[in-house]
Design a protein around this ligand. Structure first.
Ligand SMILES: C[S@@+](CC[C@H](N)C(=O)[O-])C[C@H]1O[C@@H](n2cnc3c(N)ncnc32)[C@H](O)[C@@H]1O
Length: 451
């Protein structure tokens, strides 16, 4: 059976065949096991480096993305998103337990991927018999997992239907079309493995003309052993030297530089910043959290989603609430209401203020015949004709915001004293983040600060 070390060596030989310089002396980084007995690795420096040193350059042909996979899947694959195509490729070439991937294209790379994702909350959702009870989670985290689960199901549906229409892609595998029934346990579990590899390991990489195209993602060997940090010095790609024209330029090799702000010693972990994510997102998407006390206060980027609490406020307004919901849906302000903490201060999102301003205008009960007229000052704020509602109404929505904060603090405080929650550091971190943000915001409202 191949060991962790031989898989790493096989990966380096394969990258070398793609033209990458990987000799012992030329490669400045290596992966190291962080926790013995787990599959938890990180990327480490092999020697001291000055800022902005090029750490490695992975040839474009060794990247797994729609550019490098499409030609192997034929014209029908155009209907698949990048996530679907990459996860289909991993699914078809998943190594058997303890064995190597037999994929002639990316086998040595696929063999270095994590062998299971039992630590990930999406696995708890799908496999049912593992992980803590979902009742222990903040409602915002449960909703984030539900949303992730729907994306997973819809990607699985697209991939299964593609395979049934294009059985040729199964020729080099032991699978048949009849394995691609969406209710099949094999398919769900293997696709989960493939999909979580894509979701937790892909990085942004431009393959399409439009920089914002969601298909601009790739798996990248070596780089994908880098863990996330929100506040420590991180690696970064080199700045673009010339404006790229996608019609005339092919995709580029992928280089990474050491942190720009400080030199780095030998044997230090190299981090990437996956994005300015709050713990709810890190937990649902990547399966880990950053304990708040690790991050200095003024470097914390925190967020609470308050959709469930604010939706209840609309529900409580009866017929008027249902009408207000339609107004917000029409204006694209329904849900995704959040409170934040960044640069050492708390604030509500603009979307949340817009929703609370609307609630502040209308009393509960049946719809007033003057609703449209009453809506006008709110509309004026939405389109930018005025900054605020009347002083009275401004006071009213701040009062509602204060109540929302109180609800969050109370339910987080209750959750945090439960003994079952103490057993799960990640769940403690989720509730602690919600409580921290709501307390800071509540203090600001109470002291009359402008929000
Ligand atoms: C791109 S991979 C990083 C390499 C990964 N640790 C490995 O062993 O292959 C992303 C995954 O690493 C883990 N991870 C990344 N940053 C982390 C951190 N700061 N703390 C704990 N786990 C982290 C999470 O499981 C995440 O889904």
């Amino acid at each position: 059976m191949a060991t962790h070390q031989s898989r790493w060596r096989n990966l380096l030989s394969w990258l070398n065949e793609h033209g990458m310089e990987t000799s012992e002396t030329s490669l400045l980084v290596e992966r190291r096991l962080i926790r013995q007995g787990t599959e938890y690795y990180g990327l480490y420096t092999k020697k001291a480096l000055s800022p902005n040193t090029t750490l490695f350059t992975v040839p474009r042909t060794a990247l797994m993305n729609i550019k490098t996979l499409s030609s192997h899947y034929g014209i029908g694959a155009k209907s698949l998103s990048a996530t679907q195509l990459i996860s289909l490729h991993l699914l078809l070439h998943r190594p058997l337990p303890g064995k190597e991937s037999l994929d002639p294209l990316f086998g040595p790379y696929i063999s270095t991927l994590p062998r299971d994702f039992d630590y990930h909350p999406l696995s708890w959702t799908i496999k049912g018999s593992m992980g803590p009870s979902f009742e222990l989670l903040p409602p915002s985290a449960t909703q984030a997992l539900r949303d992730l689960f729907s994306k997973f199901r819809s990607d699985l549906a697209g991939v299964s239907s593609y395979v049934r229409d294009n059985p040729r892609v199964l020729e080099t595998t032991s699978k048949t079309c009849s394995d691609f029934v969406e209710s099949s346990e094999w398919l769900i579990h293997d696709y989960l493995w493939a999909w979580l590899n894509v979701n937790t390991r892909c990085i942004y990489y431009q393959v399409k003309n439009s920089p914002a195209d969601p298909d601009n993602i790739t798996l990248c060997p070596i780089l994908d052993f880098a863990n996330h940090s929100s506040h420590l010095p991180c690696m970064s790609p080199p700045p673009p030297s010339v404006k790229r024209n996608f019609r005339s330029t092919r995709c580029l090799d992928l280089s990474l530089l050491s942190p720009s702000d400080s030199p780095i010693d030998a044997d230090c972990e190299l981090y990437l910043k996956y994005g300015g994510h709050c713990n709810r997102v890190l937990f649902a998407e990547y399966g880990f959290v950053l304990p708040l006390d690790l991050i200095p206060k003024d470097e914390r980027v925190l967020e609470v989603n308050v959709d469930d609490i604010v939706e209840t406020l609309f529900l409580e307004k009866g017929e008027t609430g249902a009408w207000m919901k339609d107004v917000l849906v029409l204006e694209n302000y329904w849900r995704d209401w959040t409170m934040h903490y960044a640069s050492g201060s708390a604030f509500p999102s603009y979307r949340l203020v817009i929703a609370l301003r609307l609630i502040s205008i209308f009393p509960p009960g049946s719809l007033s015949p003057f609703s449209k007229d009453m809506l006008r000052p709110w509309k004026d704020v939405v389109v930018g004709n005025s900054d605020k509602l009347s002083p009275n109404l401004e006071e009213t929505w701040r009062g509602i915001l204060q109540c929302v904060c109180t609800t969050i603090v109370e339910r987080a405080s209750k959750a945090l004293v439960k003994s079952e929650i103490q057993e799960h550091d990640s769940i403690v971190a989720l509730w602690t983040e919600e409580k921290f943000v709501a307390e800071r915001l509540s203090d600001l409202v109470e002291s009359g600060e402008t929000l």
